[in-house]
Design a binder for this molecule. Structure first.
Ligand SMILES: C[S@@+](CC[C@H](N)C(=O)[O-])C[C@H]1O[C@@H](n2cnc3c(N)ncnc32)[C@H](O)[C@@H]1O
Length: 758
């Protein structure tokens, strides 16, 4: 959703345009025979020298600046759904360019190790000794097999592409279109078998072989051997042992659905098998089905009270279930874990608060409250369905170039697509949850949720579209982003750090955008926390902003174009209605105000006058259309008056700042004894600072209001950061210092910045 979209940056845009031109040109070659210019020897040597260059660059660290790898997507095409038995073998010689060879398969063997760039590339031969480049995407750790020389594989319904350098490559996008074939598979031609295979084909032989692979941690190969045992009608005892072993291998390779299937099969014959119960409880845990996992654990506990591993895992599953049911988390502990772990995957349950998915009638489905909630209340605390982390010192970033969506996304999107493809391929039970997410106009074929030859078919282009329209960029900790913003880091710097990490949070994906939103999201590692930023009545749609409206003189529409909608909130409508002239006036006033604030000699009357002029460009009251552009001016005035110990003035402008964002605050003047937020306004990070400035001012002239202002600062902090357990650590010292926020212009952008640092 707010991954780092660079679709409007000319340099990147040029790459997209060039890619689209190449695709168009190549389309004209469809069905033609490839014009091969290099011999087998030349193809292999060229590839090996290119691979060598990549390796040397990696080892030496070609540069210490950000390295961008481009990943060019082809136009979407569906995955193969044909069982192997219905496909006919073809040879490399029969391939034609830009053609999806439906009804066919290639049997290949790698003749080079793989070069890992954005996908994996190697040279592969067929039985006629012809070679072609093979380019694989979304294959996950299975690729470790492909890295080796002599790996045999089947490419289902292959697709030959003309590459940018004029060469050709067989491109595989769908994880299910590729099948790695072990040496012992009957499909491997005799000439390619590395050793004389045993004549023994008994279940006992394959069980032994499976155990050998298991001992070597080659769990995928062990699974294939155990499958051979089970295909050969083994005696009941051997069947049970093999299923238990295969179930364990499936746990190790994250095939949790299959682990449950094997455990269930054992439980049919032996209802209280300790190992089968344990495997099933573990697999359910990893699929995040905590209630079911706890049920099985109870049974284990009753029948095998001495099993300490089961006891430990029962406790773990019970904690997850409690988090899921109560929404109670130790946020401070989560933050420490997120700082320590790499990647910052936190083991926590998802809490879905008083919300449900409903049709909005105007913009698809949305998330609605099921009861009235207060500002700060927890609506969702969701564990990512999938999350990709990019460290700040990680200098490699991918640029995904998509001709179907015309989008250019920088960051971890490529890795996210791959991780999701793997997850769904291994665990088809998760597909419906993910595939149900919004995917725009992409036509979902029946292929996206079926199994062929016992393997789940996965449509990579559907995944990519869903990721495009539903993924969120995230900082490691929203608290860090909040502190960075309050300490004056440029918003663009904060954003850049944010967007390189991204993930999919399924429930949060149903939340639509509004600039005048009533909720805010924050992050602790891969957990997304959503809190109400206003008091929300029951049965009301929850919205948050996909991009913040604060500090913008133009409507947000241009930034939303990629999601295929225009924001219809009161603020965007107002900007549209007022037109270009008002937009120009606003820009001029903002620029003038920036210069005045930058000036050593602050001319306060002039500053106040300009802010008033900005206010006058709004024709509707703040309660209907927040005067967002006046906010930063008022906030900075509050800071300036606080720093010069003019606390009465600071309070006046602090309250005006909040009003400009749509807050309705009752009381709060020096003579009052009560301060109450009647209506909450837009929740931007600076609101916390504003309350803290008020706090300081009240402490000097109206102490009775200080604690009330602090309480509001704390709620605002909780909404922005996700929790308030760290509030005192973050703001404790600042609240007693003459700290504040100053309005300055840097690089033409308005931002909040404290007067004193440290
Ligand atoms: C993450 S999905 C949100 C859930 C989606 N409405 C659904 O039915 O699943 C994002 C998509 O929702 C739609 N959307 C979100 N906010 C909108 C808004 N304010 N107005 C119109 N459409 C919106 C757009 O089609 C956008 O690409």
């Amino acid at each position: 959703m707010d991954v780092h979209d660079v679709s409007d940056i000319p340099e990147y845009l040029a790459l997209l345009q060039k890619h689209k031109q190449d695709l168009q040109k190549n389309q004209k070659l469809q069905g033609q025979k490839p014009k091969i210019r290099s011999s087998r020897f030349e193809t292999v040597t060229q590839f090996m020298s290119m691979r060598h260059v990549h390796i040397v660059n990696d080892v030496r660290g070609a540069s210490d600046s950000l390295k961008i790898l481009c990943s060019y997507l082809p136009l979407a095409y569906p995955p193969s759904t044909a069982p192997f038995s219905e496909l006919n073998k073809m040879m490399l010689e029969d391939l034609t360019v830009e053609t999806h060879h439906r009804g066919k398969y290639l049997l290949l063997r790698t003749v080079t190790p793989a070069d890992l760039v954005t996908g994996a590339i190697a040279i592969a031969e067929d039985e006629d000794d012809r070679v072609f480049m093979l380019i694989l995407y979304n294959q996950g750790e299975e690729l470790s097999k492909f890295m080796k020389l002599g790996t045999v594989l089947v490419v289902k319904e292959p697709y030959l592409k003309r590459l940018a350098d004029g060469n050709y490559g067989i491109r595989v996008d769908h994880v299910s279109d590729l099948v790695f074939i072990p040496d012992f598979d009957d499909r491997v031609p005799l000439a390619w078998r590395p050793q004389i295979t045993s004549a023994d084909d008994s279940p006992a032989f394959w069980k032994e072989k499976g155990n050998e692979y298991f001992d070597e941690d080659s769990h995928s190969l062990a699974i294939q051997c155990y499958t051979k045992v089970l295909e050969r009608n083994p005696p009941p005892d051997l069947k049970i042992k093999t299923e238990l072993n295969r179930s364990l291998c499936c746990l190790k390779t994250h095939h949790f659905d299959a682990a449950i299937r094997d455990a269930d099969s054992v439980l049919q014959d032996s209802e209280l098998s300790e190992k089968a119960l344990l495997r099933k409880a573990q697999a359910l845990y990893y699929l995040r089905r905590y209630a079911e996992s706890c049920e099985i654990h109870k049974l284990l506990g009753e029948n095998y009270p001495k099993n300490s591993l089961a006891q430990h895992e029962f406790e773990r599953a019970s904690v997850r279930l409690a988090e899921q049911e109560t929404g109670k988390y130790d946020f401070k502990k989560m933050m420490l874990e997120a700082q320590r772990r790499r990647p910052p995957h936190l083991e926590r349950g998802t809490y879905v608060g008083p919300v449900k998915i409903k049709d909005t009638k105007t913009h698809g489905r949305g998330l609605f409250t099921t009861k009235a909630v207060k500002a700060g209340d927890l609506l969702l605390c969701e564990k990512a369905f999938c999350y990709q982390f990019h460290d700040e010192c990680d200098l490699g970033v991918t640029l995904l170039i998509s001709p179907d969506t015309n989008r250019l996304a920088l960051g971890s999107t490529v890795e996210l697509n791959e991780a999701i493809a793997q997850k769904l391929h291994k665990n088809p039970s998760l597909a419906s949850k993910f595939n149900d997410l919004y995917h725009g106009s992409y036509e979902v074929s029946e292929a996206s949720n079926i199994q062929v030859d016992g393997r789940a078919v996965v449509d990579s282009f559907l995944i990519q579209r869903i990721v495009d329209l539903n993924s969120f960029g995230s900082p490691l900790l929203s608290r860090d982003s909040h502190v960075a913003i309050m300490c004056g880091d440029r918003p663009s710097e904060v954003e850049n750090k944010t967007y390189y990490c991204s993930g999919i949070w399924c429930m949060a994906s149903y939340i639509n955008h509004s600039c005048l939103s009533n909720a805010r999201r924050s992050f602790i590692g891969d957990m997304m926390i959503i809190r109400a930023s206003k008091d929300i009545p029951a049965n009301t749609e929850i919205t948050f902003w996909y991009g913040s409206p604060v500090g913008r003189t133009e409507e947000l529409s241009s930034n939303l174009a990629n999601w295929g909608f225009n924001c219809d909130c009161a603020s965007c409508k107002d900007i549209r209605q007022l037109g270009e002239t008002v937009a120009c006036t606003r820009k001029k006033l903002i620029s003038e105000l920036g210069k005045l604030f930058m000036n050593e000699n602050k001319r306060m009357p002039k500053i106040e006058k300009i802010i008033l002029d900005i206010e006058k460009t709004y024709t509707r009251p703040q309660s209907k259309v927040p005067h967002i552009l006046a906010w930063q001016g008022y906030l900075s005035l509050t800071a300036l008056w606080t720093n010069s110990h003019k606390f009465g003035k600071a309070i006046k402008f602090g309250l005006k700042a909040l009003e400009s964002l749509g807050f309705i605050v009752n009381g709060g003047e020096i003579s009052d004894t009560k301060l109450e937020v009647k209506t909450w306004g837009l929740m931007t990070d600076g609101v916390v600072g504003c309350w803290m400035l008020l706090c300081r001012a009240y402490s000097q002239v109206a102490p009775v209001l200080e604690a009330q202002a602090k309480e509001y600062a704390k709620i605002s902090y909780k909404i922005c950061v996700g929790e308030d357990e760290t509030f005192d650590d973050t703001y404790g010292k600042q609240s007693v210092r003459a700290d504040g926020l100053l309005f300055i212009m840097r690089n033409g952008k308005i931002r909040d910045c404290p007067v004193n640092r440290g």
